[in-house]
Ligand binder design. Structure first.
Ligand code: ATP
Length: 373
């Protein structure tokens, strides 16, 4: 087992800087997920750790060992690729045994390890098959199995579930989490899927344009996103954003969007007083907007009037697509989304009152897009 440290790590490809000055300390046994949109530098970050890409500047440590110059095979890591990279002419057993053979382990030990891991992953009956005789889900397990038999200090996984259908992906997600708990080894996992990141990671590193935006637990990313990018990236449907002004009237702070005003509860107001008069972005997640009929107990309700343009019944909830407007309907409309109780009787083309939970709002600086307060 081992910790992993990135110290001021930069990767340049000609004029493109794929990763800028990355600093992360990953603890021994952690499940760290790199997440971000396509091209943000997450795969490059993983490949530098694996030794598959050279580092342009900075240092990477596995445990206490500086590995910048250490060849991939000597880094004590195992990687599962998106493509699985199984050898097509070899059986499952041979694929799984390959790395151990290269290391010169005795035949009996190799056989025992392969069988043990195959049993754990439920692929014992597939050991004699070739990769082309396997389903996508089975191939994925073989790729994971091939990594596990090597008993590495760190597991690296690059989008290992992206070739599976939605249902299998959910199942495989849980299996990988379980495996991490059983093995207790450091896992570093790359995905563009924020749901995967949120459900699997003990910590998540959110990247954009080669820059680390925030590294935190799933709960902290969700409740305290450091900027509008993270706020919008984590959560589905995405957080609603409204350009607004902060006003103060008789001691009460108000968020005024032009179309509606909502009061900041007094126990939350102090950190924001310094921004009175400033242009801000008000953020609220769809799940924190409720149908008044079914609003949860103990929230800080603020009514907002809006027109419903689309409703989607999801079974356990209804997604409302709404747009605000001032009372005369003159000001520009602002669209937003709410996830409400499935019993709602709010319908399309209706003007409705919805309830914003002002215990769960977010404010960002309009220029820097950084979190305020
Ligand atoms: P994806 O999810 O699409 O794989 P990513 O977040 O993993 O994206 P990277 O593959 O790390 O992103 O790429 C980061 C940036 O570096 C991108 O702008 C990409 O075009 C660039 N890049 C990656 N590999 C190379 C390369 N071999 N040569 C030149 N540019 C590269």
């Amino acid at each position: 087992m081992a910790s992993v440290t990135y110290e001021h790590v930069t990767k340049r490809y000609g004029d493109t800087t794929a990763v800028h000055d990355l600093n992360i300390a990953i603890e021994d046994g952690e499940f760290l997920v790199f997440v971000g949109p396509s091209g943000c530098g997450k795969t490059t970050s993983l490949r530098m750790l694996a030794g598959l890409e050279e580092i342009s500047a900075g240092s990477i440590y596995i445990g206490d060992r500086l590995v910048n110059e250490v060849p991939p095979k000597d880094r004590d890591i195992a990687m599962v690729f998106q493509s699985y990279a199984l050898y097509p002419h070899m059986s499952v057993a041979e694929n799984m045994a390959f790395g151990l053979k290269l290391r010169g382990l005795p035949k009996v030990e190799i056989e025992n390890r392969v069988k043990g891991v195959a049993k754990r992953l439920g692929i014992e009956h597939l050991l004699d098959r070739k990769p082309k005789e396997l389903s996508g889900g089975q191939r994925q397990r073989v790729a994971v199995g091939r990594a596990i038999v090597r008993n590495p200090a760190v597991f690296l996984m690059d989008e290992p579930l992206s070739n599976l259908d939605a249902k299998l992906r959910v199942q495989a997600r849980a299996e990988i989490s379980k495996l991490h708990m059983q093995l207790g080894t450091t896992f570093i996992y790359v995905t563009h899927d924020q749901v995967e990141a949120m459900t699997m990671g003990s910590r998540i590193a959110v990247m954009k344009d080669g820059h680390l935006q925030q590294i935190d637990t799933p709960h902290s990313l969700y409740t305290h996103p450091t900027n509008m990018f993270v706020a919008g990236f984590i959560g589905s449907p995405s957080m609603n954003f409204f350009p607004a002004k902060l006003l103060e009237q008789e001691g009460t702070l108000w968020v005024d969007t032009g179309a509606f005003r909502v009061a900041i509860p007094s126990h939350k107001a102090d950190p924001y007083r310094q921004y009175v008069g400033k242009s801000v972005i008000f953020g609220i997640r769809p799940e924190n907007i409720h149908d008044p009929q079914y609003q949860p107990q103990g929230i800080q309700p603020a009514p907002v009037r809006a027109k419903v343009s689309v409703t989607e019944l999801m079974g356990n909830e209804v997604i409302l697509y709404l747009s605000t407007s001032d009372k005369e309907g003159i000001l520009a409309e602002q669209e937003f989304v709410a996830r409400v109780d499935p019993r709602t009787e709010i319908h399309v083309n209706q003007w409705a009152e919805v309830i914003f939970d002002m215990d769960r709002f977010h404010l960002f600086d309009k220029e820097s897009e950084q979190r305020l307060g």
